[in-house]
Design a binder for this molecule. Structure first.
Ligand code: ARG
Length: 458
């Protein structure tokens, strides 16, 4: 069952076999491995390195293996070293002699480099789809909530009023950049390492660009040593996933705060929250907490691979087999988180009244009250002081600036007139903010239209 028994006289120790094997986790590369082999023999036959009969027998055998794996009659298990050995041994069992010609002009080093690249390429596209879906959910909510007023925070203290659409729009920007990052990784990785051999190419007249095109790559890689030892694309992908998780984690933190008894800005759908085994009143934001928590393991995969790669001499070293398990876990984890988070968001209820009341209570319109005075000739520094006194008055009485009688305003500064109430109303405060990127609905509509256009085209 080994691909390299020839120069050995003793069998591998079982503990060594167990320590060395990767089949238990690289089994998930079977599709890529088979597709790569089919392209390889197609090219070998075109170059007259392999007969057409052998090519056809190999392709039929490989397709049979794929079908049997997928219909459950062939389990990927046994004492094979890795998925490459598994497929090749199975092929030879099925078709005999011709199977032994599959590996002509190829090494497992360029083979595994190819399989991982193709796998990452597929996963990038799936991650992108999930991000796009999340953006669609966000945009739908933004359209619904351009007039849902809420406090905007700095230092977790109420700062200035904004809208839910505006707040969600910040996440739209983040996840949009995440898609851009995935796109960049894809563009850089999409060159085919197959045909690089173990490290120094091969003496067979391979047509590497032909194989590359068959497999949907832009072309062949240009240095065979780099080709078998490059895992940059995986590190970049893990980096992109880490940033996605960082964004999801910040968003989760806000959902957790918003769902708390103190905020009550949102209500999680029953299907996306859980209860307590002891406290009957509880409705916990477990999904958001888990997304926040799982961020750590995705960062872990990135740090792990960076560390694995940092001291490796060229070209292939077995250390690189360690690129798989944690990466697979990070990829699965991020995809799960993206999916669940989008569904949780989609089913969450926003309590407009609570958000609006909260924006009113926090003196988020204090800047606007000062601006009112500035527009009537009071220097900003003085206006700041005057409004500070008004706020103090309100705090003592437990009311908002909106509820302070005009006399009380005038007592501190006679410039105030009855139109102060319109000037500090939540709606006015938000609607006056019309600079590009601000929450005023006019500015918001421009941005929403751009986002719509983006989702239709990208
Ligand atoms: N399982 C190996 C890996 O994941 C495949 C490449 C093995 N190459 C070798 N020269 N031993 O990296």
């Amino acid at each position: 069952m080994k691909l390299w028994g020839g120069r050995f006289t003793a069998n591998t120790d079982q503990a060594v076999q167990d320590f060395n094997e990767s089949l238990s986790f690289d089994r998930r590369l079977y599709k890529q491995d088979i597709a790569g082999s089919i392209a390889h023999v197609t090219m070998l036959a075109k170059q007259k390195i392999l007969s057409e009969e052998d090519r056809d027998a190999i392709i039929a055998g490989l397709n049979g293996i794929k079908d049997d794996i997928e219909n459950g009659t062939l389990a990927i298990e046994g004492d094979y070293e890795d998925i490459h050995s598994f497929v090749e041994s199975n092929l030879t069992e099925r078709i005999g002699e011709a199977g032994k010609r599959l590996h002509t002009g190829r090494s497992r080093n360029d083979q595994v480099a190819l399989d991982m690249k193709m796998y990452v390429r597929d996963e990038i596209l799936e991650t992108d789809e999930l991000l796009k879906h999340l953006l669609e959910v966000l945009l739908k909510l933004m359209e619904e909530h351009t007039e849902t007023y809420m406090p905007g925070f700095t230092h977790l203290q109420k700062a200035q009023p904004t809208t839910l659409a505006h707040h969600l729009g910040a996440y739209f920007e983040m996840f949009k950049r995440d898609r851009g990052r995935l796109h960049d990784v894809y563009e850089r990785l999409n060159y085919c390492p197959l045909g690089s051999g173990a490290l120094a190419g091969t003496t067979y007249p391979l047509d590497r660009n032909y194989t590359a095109r068959l497999l949907g790559f832009y072309g062949a890689t240009l240095n065979s040593m780099d080709s078998v030892s490059d895992r940059d694309y995986l590190i970049e992908y893990l980096d992109a996933l880490s940033i996605i998780m960082m964004h999801l984690s910040r968003f989760s933190e806000e959902v957790i705060l918003w769902n708390s008894n103190e905020y009550r800005f949102v209500e999680l759908d029953d299907a996306y929250s859980t209860g307590s085994s002891i406290m009957p009143q509880k409705k916990n934001p477990d999904i958001a907490e888990l997304v926040r928590g799982k961020t750590g393991r995705v960062y872990g995969a990135l740090m792990s691979l960076l560390t694995t790669m940092k001291g490796l001499p060229l070209a292939y070293d077995k250390d690189m087999q360690e690129d798989k398990e944690l990466s697979f876990d990070a990829i699965d984890t991020t995809k799960d988180c993206l999916k669940l988070f989008a569904d949780m968001l989609d089913t969450m209820k926003f309590r407009k009244d609570v958000m609006e009341a909260s924006a009113k209570r926090g003196f988020t319109n204090a800047t606007d009250a000062a601006d009112y005075l500035v527009n009537r000739g009071v220097p900003f520094r003085d206006a700041h002081g005057i409004v500070g006194q008004l706020v103090l008055k309100c705090i003592k009485q437990g009311i908002a600036l909106d509820d302070l009688p005009l006399d009380a305003y005038k007592e501190i500064c006679p410039v105030f007139e009855a139109d102060i109430y319109a000037a500090v109303s939540l709606k006015t405060c938000v609607e006056k903010r019309v600079t590009m990127g601000a929450p005023g609905s006019e500015a918001m509509q421009v941005v929403i239209a751009r986002y719509k256009n983006y989702l239709e085209n990208v």
